[in-house]
Write a protein that binds this ligand. Structure first.
Ligand SMILES: [Zn+2]
Length: 583
């Protein structure tokens, strides 16, 4: 493990404000900064950065930590990889042997190196005359040029033991291959392994930096499943990976095209639309949307024309607007998908479709008008009902006003009447949201959602005393040293396992002469747990008295505490609700 000096150096040279600013738009709030949380969906900012102390914390979802924790979460990295990432960012050279503590684990860089080797093997098979099926499919069925095939590094997986043997020869173990999801263990024969991808056209999936993080495979013969993607690994998370972003990122500052699948995205790149990306066998998530918002301002959704595609497009609209992206929808006319359209009508016609793409409001309005005959009174009333509900979905009042004006003119109804309808729906939605929120609080107070420390439930008073102790230890090195030297604190004192674990780690680090700073603790706790640890420290830092006397009081409370008197669930609910309101 790295020593404290190097970690300190990494943290000092990676200013938390700078690092987080490249992910989140931050605005000043007193001595702190705030913005929309990148780890949960929200409309009002509850994500705070405290530059002076080097911490971030979200009051909405409890995420928190230092710059290292932030990078772990934002880039989906393990602790040592996050250090590596930040060291690289600041131009610090890390000692080569620092990874020694992690033997046996298969990390992200091993997976991507192995994937790169596999991609080379698949590509060689594609070009091999002995196995022509893959190339034939790509050229004849898909109309892909050799240049396109090379650019995307496409390949062919013949199956059997080809890849197994190839990777074995390159020095990889079967455990590593299984961790990368490239190889499976036979259930019939002992110590026998075989390739996951067989008789498939192989599409490497790159991260924005160009590492191969996973594969998609399209079956050539009959059988199921037609499309098979790598399962999640240390290097691959479906819910935030976008296919072709490594290429699109240089062309999409103004506009990005979102397709349903990688075949569509590649067809668009081939036709001269290099800003196309695709999700991988899943609907778009808010994580995807947040990734996109780092590269572009506006997204054109270009899904299949069937009903499933249109439903998915509507969801994409919502998810994209929630992160502040301008979303538009492109309707392919006379073809089932963009690929077929371009083959029939050509690239210039497709470019015109992009320019004609519609906003969500225009798109939905068109649908409503096609459903009802607004020349009749009955049709008009029904259409207006749906239109009011649609307008109420837009968070901006300016936008709502503009739509109300446009619709009332078009349908010849009084603007005031339509405004009242929309207001009524808004009020109804708000009270529904409020109800959902208080239900969530209740659920949390019942302990279901406290994944970090489930034992808080039933031990509220003790847990609070423990949190106060830990907060002080993290904040006041001098007090910590004295308390540990005098034997005031010891692990058995702690009632909840999580807090006991935090304490033991702090005590160990202090005994080794190191400062139990979050940079060092990050190696032993998950980002979620780090959020709680930072919360404890921040809670104390807003109070003036964090001296030895407070520690003694807390210790007394733990010793004589609630072992005698258990709190009733009602008490717990009241206490936690009070605590939440106090924030
Ligand atoms: Zn959050």
């Amino acid at each position: 493990m790295l020593n404290q000096t190097v970690i300190e150096e990494i943290k000092t040279r990676n200013n938390i404000e700078d690092v987080i600013s490249s992910y989140v738009r931050l605005s000043r709030a007193g001595k702190d900064l705030k913005g929309l949380c990148p780890f949960h969906s929200e409309k009002t900012p509850s994500f705070h950065v405290h530059p002076a102390e080097g911490y971030f914390h979200c009051f909405g979802c409890g995420a928190g930590g230092d710059v290292i924790t932030f990078v772990m979460r934002a880039e989906n990295l393990a602790y040592p990889e996050a250090l590596e990432y930040l060291a690289k960012r600041a131009g610090i050279n890390l000692p080569l042997d620092y990874k020694d503590g992690r033997k046996g684990e298969v990390d992200r860089s091993t997976v991507t190196a192995m994937n790169k080797e596999a991609a080379r093997y698949f590509h060689a098979c594609l070009m091999d005359e002995k196995t022509p099926a893959g190339l034939e499919y790509l050229q004849k069925k898909r109309g892909f040029s050799t240049a396109l095939i090379r650019r995307f590094g496409l390949g062919y997986a013949p199956g059997g033991w080809g890849l197994c043997n190839h990777l074995k020869a390159k020095g990889y173990s079967y455990e590593q291959m299984m961790a990368a999801n490239l190889v499976l263990k036979s259930t019939k024969r002992e110590n026998s392994y075989y390739d996951v991808f067989r008789d498939r056209v192989m599409v490497p999936i790159f991260d924005p930096a160009g590492n191969v993080v996973a594969f998609g495979g399209r079956l050539l013969g009959d059988g199921q499943p037609k499309y098979l993607n790598s399962s999640e690994t240390a290097a691959f998370r479906k819910s935030k990976t976008l296919f072709a972003l490594n290429f699109a990122k240089d062309y999409c500052a103004e506009r990005m095209i979102l397709c349903e699948g990688y075949m569509d995205a590649m067809a668009l790149h081939g036709a001269g639309f290099p800003s196309a990306v695709a999700t991988l066998g899943t609907a778009i998530t808010s994580e995807h949307a947040r990734v996109m918002s780092r590269y572009t301002k506006s997204v054109v959704i270009c899904y299949d024309t069937d009903e499933a595609g249109q439903k998915a497009a509507d969801k994409a609209f919502r998810v994209l607007s929630e992160v502040g992206l301008e979303a538009r929808i492109l309707r392919v006319e006379g073809a089932k998908d963009p690929d077929e359209f371009i083959k029939k009508s050509g690239a210039p016609a497709f470019a015109r479709l992009i320019d004609k793409s519609k906003s969500r409001f225009e798109f939905k309005l068109e649908k409503i008008f096609s459903k009802y005959d607004v020349a009749t009174v009955d049709g008009k009333i029904k259409a207006l009902d749906e239109i009011s509900a649609l307008i109420a979905e837009f968070p901006s009042s300016v936008e709502r006003e503009l739509y109300i004006a446009a619709v009332s003119k078009k349908l010849e109804v009084a603007q005031k009447a339509l405004t009242e309808d929309v207001e009524r729906i808004l009020r109804k939605n708000r009270s529904r949201q409020k109800r959902a929120y208080s239900e969530e609080i209740l659920r949390k107070t019942e302990g279901y959602a406290d994944r970090v420390n489930p034992q808080v439930m039933g031990n509220v008073a003790s847990a609070r005393a423990e949190e106060a102790i830990l907060g002080i230890l993290l904040l006041r090195e001098d007090v910590a040293q004295r308390a540990l030297k005098e034997g005031l604190l010891y692990p058995e004192l702690f009632v909840t396992d999580f807090n006991k674990r935090v304490f033991s780690r702090i005590a160990e680090l202090t005994a080794e002469g190191q400062t139990p700073d979050t940079g060092l603790l990050g190696a032993y706790f998950t980002p979620e747990e780090m959020g709680r640890i930072v919360e404890m420290r921040l809670a104390r830092s807003t109070l003036t008295d964090n001296g030895y006397a407070v520690l003694t009081t807390c210790v007394d409370r733990l010793k004589n505490g609630e072992k005698k008197s258990e709190n009733s669930p009602e008490d717990i609910r009241a206490i936690i609700e009070k605590k939440r309101k106090g924030r």
